[in-house]
Design a protein around this ligand. Structure first.
Ligand code: SF4
Length: 168
């Protein structure tokens, strides 16, 4: 069986294990950090395309019950995506501050944030297209922002190199 076919099981396991033992909530940091890490390494949206268990769950499981409507246009604007990214960032920061550095509370904070976004993703997937969440996902949006920034910087560096060569 190919990894691609079964990677959605990872997110199910994450919630099952975290409900039985909250320490597993700490694995949420991988789910949130990996897309950013890969984008910073110049891999663009590799995580979304090939690794993300949540995206896989939406396309493999939620697709079976999805009404497949289009998302309202306002949800596809950068303003909406940036707002959602800021809200998630603020929620994460507040729960980390409230944890006072206690790993168990950090695990719970990560689990709660993962749970809220997971439920939100499923609800969106049912009423709209299965992967509607991916169009507004703060992690996916962050990788787009990082990739755009890296591409712009690379373009600028290439332009500077070209100018230098012409002057030499
Ligand atoms: S957009 Fe978000 S949920 Fe969708 S595949 Fe990427 S990281 Fe996963």
């Amino acid at each position: 069986m190919k990894f691609n076919e079964v990677r959605w099981i990872i997110i199910v396991m994450f919630f099952v294990l975290s409900i039985t033992n909250i320490w597993f909530g700490l694995f949420g940091v991988i789910c949130m950090g990996l897309p950013i890490f890969q984008a910073l390494r110049g891999k663009g949206k590799l995580h979304c395309k090939s690794h993300c268990p949540r995206g896989s769950f939406l396309s493999k499981v939620v697709s079976k019950i999805s009404l497949r409507n289009s998302l309202p246009k306002f949800m596809l604007t950068n303003g909406f995506k940036n707002t959602l990214l800021i809200i998630m960032g603020v929620m994460l920061t507040i729960s980390m501050i409230h944890s006072g550095g206690n790993p168990k509370k950090i695990a719970f904070g990560l689990f709660r944030l993962m749970g809220i976004s997971f439920i939100f993703g499923i609800v969106l997937g049912i009423f709209f297209k299965p992967k509607a969440w991916c169009a507004i996902c703060p992690m996916g949006h962050s990788t787009t922002l990082i990739t755009n920034l890296k591409t712009r910087n690379k373009f600028k560096r290439e332009q500077i190199e070209e100018i230098k060569k012409k002057r030499a």
